[in-house]
Unconditional design. Sequence first.
Length: 632
Amino acid sequence: MTTMESLIGLVNRIQRACTVLGDYGGSDSIFSLWEALPSVAVVGGQSSGKSSVLESIVGRDFLPRGSGIVTRRPLVLQLHKTDEGTQEYAEFLHLSKRRFTDFGMVRKEIQEETDRITGKTKQISPVPIHLSIYSPNVVNLTLIDLPGLTKVAVEGQPESIVEDIENMVRSYVEKPNSIILAISPANQDIATSDAIKLAREVDPTGERTFGVLTKLDLMDKGTNALDVIEGRSYRLQHPWVGVVNRSQADINKNTDMVLARRKEREYFATSPDYGHLANRMGSEYLAKLLSKHLETVIRARIPSILSMINKSIDELESELDHLGRPVAVDAGAQLYTILELCRAFNRIFKEHLDGGRAGGDRIYGVFDNQLPAALRKLPFDRHLSLQNVRKVVSEADGYQPHLIAPEQGYRRLIEGSLSYFRGPAEASVDAVHFVLKELVRKSLAETQELKRFPTLQAEIAAACNEALERFRNESKKTTLRLVDMESSYLTVDFFRRLPQEMENTGNPGNPGKPGSTPAGRPGTTPAPAPAMDRYSEGHFRRIGSNVSSYVGMVSETLRNTIPKAVVHCQVKEANTSLLNHFYIQIGKREAKHLSQLLDEDPALMERRHQCAKRLELYKSARDEIDSVAWIR
Ligand code: GDP
Ligand code: MG
């Protein structure tokens, strides 16, 4: 391949890739590779011969023709030169599986594809149709056929069409990368040429405009276009090229391209007016001229295209880093990813518990405030009121009143009191449970890496809550057991140390602390002792007071042991084995289930997919450019 062919082929490949990405210029403000690449746009009034020029550059009949506005969508035509003797074929980007060898079918498909977007109306659309032609008889070129400029809207067209077409055409040719093929018919005054008018507007210096004069054969006898062709009428940087396309009569007779080209060559060779310019006239010369020019332009653009590509690659890489890399496909790597994500979550959770992040202090709050407050509020003063003490002790003795100390009465009063501790014990377990649950929720939300994977996030949440529930049950069992242990075996020494009571002294001066509660609050007013009492009021008061002190001692013990049990069963477990169960389950999962866990948010996946596709395009473009850039 020569340098020129590889350079233009490179542009062709990059442009096609751009279209696959939906990048055909347009309003997108982000960097568009398309806009950086040169292409040739065909511009001219209706019936000036645009399609004919394109066809003769290609050397094939394939463009829809007819009167009125036929081209209603831009046609991006990429010509690829193939080896001599290979078969010619065409391919549409929107039908990439199908090879057209019948160019009549190509024409039909252009018409149908135009209608698919614009409807059967005479509307226009800026969305291009992409057509590639592979042939030994073309040069590598990208050409864009545009709707012809008109002066008035015809029947069935909206009034705005004149302006719409002009705007669309302008949007193509005003880009600095666009090379303008300005088609003007020689049988009209060049001063009235729509093509030249627009070209002058967007390219005042004429450095990217190629003037093409068609229909030289239709000029009035005795006139010629030398003033235009030799640049005296309208000066351009590039030489004007005159062409002779097939007339309508030729088309009707199905005159083929090969014949048409020969006739064109003969026309110039034998023309008395243009004979001296014969080797600088005609469609073939025009094609070579364009190709040569494209090469120069591309070569000049390569450094800036490369730097734009590199900049885009950097941007895309950093966006992809932000979005997270695609998930691995094999089960081993997926398991690894899941475990990594779990560990990231676990790290944050531990920070909440151990310190570094807020939360762990709330557990201490449960032990330091909630539990003591709940213990203080227990209704011992009611339970150990004189009235109740008398009732419980009397009932415990049955028909035979106690002889020395009311052993049974003491036991019943103590057991009754101790059962009150179950409430605060359970409440502490629950309070810590809710703190832990809240910390799990917070930690999940703070694990950035997990945001991508809502399914995994939900499963981790479920696994954590399940584990916390288990810890809670265990903790409840343990703390309640602590309470039960207190009633199972009383501290004998406590009672042995009590002063022995003298029966029937009824000494009100030594009542202990009558009616006091373990917390030392004033008790209820004792009811006056009925006459039938077997013992004095002071006796019962003393019993109540003794039980109250004992309960106070137990309360003190539980205030210390309940937190130990809770930390042991819940906090420590959460800290060391919150996800253990989950890990075991995950290890047993099948590959299919693993990938389900790594299901991502579809919008995010789509964005990553887009980025990755662009990145791939830019990287391959860079490689391709690198591979041709050094050839001279
Ligand atoms: P478009 O509307 O600009 O695409 O113009 P076409 O290529 O469809 O040409 C319009 C008409 O002019 C067709 O009938 C062509 O055969 C005819 N035509 C185009 N160029 C020439 C030419 O150089 N000589 C002659 N005799 N007819 C031409
Ligand atoms: Mg046309």
